[in-house]
Design a protein around this ligand. Structure first.
Ligand code: ADP
Length: 389
């Protein structure tokens, strides 16, 4: 929330500036200011209004617009300068009109927040100040519009994330608690029952550990301060390492692993991060796929397309766009049963983006899933300089 104090100070500055600016322009028009400093100051003031990140609107005592800066026009998607129109005619938002009425009638300062459903659900905070003459006669109003849309979206994302994390943590914890309570119950205390319950406790404790590890990885990747340790990486060998690590799991599920990446395929990348991304994709192929998971690579237009493919049930077309979202799962119960955290693909997307690439999935139900990581092959110039120095 933008502090009242700061907003009011800014508004008072704008009022002062605006009145001064108008006087200067009137004087200029009448030829009363001849010294170059006057012109420079007036231009500087115009510049300030033009480049302000907030929308500024000045109305006269009838609510007719005297001035609107470019940010205001952009916020309300106005093609023409609204000068000379009433606020209602210009933007058709009754809350803004009501605000001007309130400033005219009773208040000298108002603040309000509103959402504009027609303009991509934008959230705006408006601070308004009435301009009055010494005798108290109303001369007009100045309104300042802050676009809070991005801030609100981030707040919603954060709230959603906290709610999801709490839910994910609560489930294994309550299961662990249940088994411990049963174990403490004398009747269940036979060796085979104890062993079975302890196994369950171990599984769910592992799930908690994986979840916390994935949350930490993701928050590290999202914080943007993850420096990539980029080097020349042989992708064929990297995929081989991933497959070797997952061989036991694949054998248990009778899944064949195929590394079809040409042996000389190289990328300037952070091998640990790329390993993690490919590991998540191949592991998913084993968990949710069919009898075979393969990785191949093709190069075109300076990009390397890494494709992890399985012959499983695939992903419904309507969720392909959402599959990389945090905690998004097609089948929640199946994912949990497999020990999934719901964060694997989100990590894949972030790692790919950090390398300047994009991640997507192509899939038709029943025809398997094709996860593509498209990455630039060219070494970024700054890094070339660093490595060669
Ligand atoms: P999880 O930990 O649940 O595996 P991910 O982010 O790795 O989380 O995957 C999200 C969801 O995408 C999974 O729960 C699953 O429903 C779906 N999914 C991922 N990979 C595949 C695949 N190869 N085939 C079918 N569905 C998949």
């Amino acid at each position: 929330m933008i502090g009242w104090g700061v907003s009011i100070l800014l508004l008072l500055g704008i009022i002062g500036g605006h009145l001064w600016w108008r006087r200067r322009y009137h004087s200029l028009a009448l030829g009363q200011i001849t010294e170059p400093a006057g012109l420079t100051d007036a231009l500087r003031m115009t510049d300030m209004f033009t480049n302000m990140p907030e929308g500024v609107l000045v109305t006269d005592h009838k609510g007719v617009i005297e001035f609107a800066n470019p940010t205001f026009c952009k916020l309300f998607e106005l093609a023409d300068d609204p000068k000379g129109k009433t606020v209602m005619e210009a933007i058709r938002i009754h809350q803004a009109n009501e605000l001007i009425e309130r400033l005219r009638e009773e208040n000298s300062v108002v603040q309000e927040e509103f959402m504009l459903p027609n303009l991509n659900e934008r959230f705006l905070q408006v601070n308004g100040v009435a301009i009055r003459e010494k005798q108290g006669r109303h001369r007009g109003a100045i309104l300042m519009f802050h676009d809070l849309t991005q801030l609100r979206r981030l707040e919603n994302l954060r709230q959603e994330f906290v709610a999801n994390v709490s839910h994910e943590l609560r489930t294994p914890l309550s299961i662990i608690k249940g088994y411990v309570e049963t174990l403490l119950d004398a009747e269940a205390d036979t060796e085979s029952v104890s062993h079975r319950f302890l196994k369950k406790i171990e599984n769910h404790s592992n799930r908690l550990t994986f979840l916390i590890e994935d949350i930490l990885t993701l928050s590290h990747l999202e914080s943007g301060d993850t420096g990539l340790d980029r080097r020349e990486v042989n992708i064929h060998q990297l995929v081989q390492g991933v497959m070797d690590g997952l061989r036991e799991m694949a054998n248990k599920k009778e899944v064949r692993l195929e590394n079809n990446v040409p042996e000389d395929t190289c990328l300037f990348a952070d091998s640990q991060r790329m390993f993690q991304a490919l590991n998540n994709l191949v592991e998913n192929g084993i968990k949710y796929g069919g009898a075979c998971v393969s990785v191949c690579a093709t190069q075109a237009n300076g990009e390397l397309d890494l494709c992890v493919n399985d012959d499983g049930p695939g992903i419904p077309a309507e969720v392909c766009d959402r599959i990389f979202e945090r905690f998004f799962r097609v089948d929640k119960a199946r994912s949990r049963e497999m020990g999934g955290t719901g964060l694997g693909l989100s990590i894949v997307k972030h790692v790919t983006q950090l390398h300047g690439g994009t991640a997507r999935v192509d899939s038709k139900p029943g025809e398997g899933a094709y996860f593509h990581l498209t990455l630039p092959i060219i070494k970024p110039e700054a890094e070339v300089a660093q490595t060669s120095s």
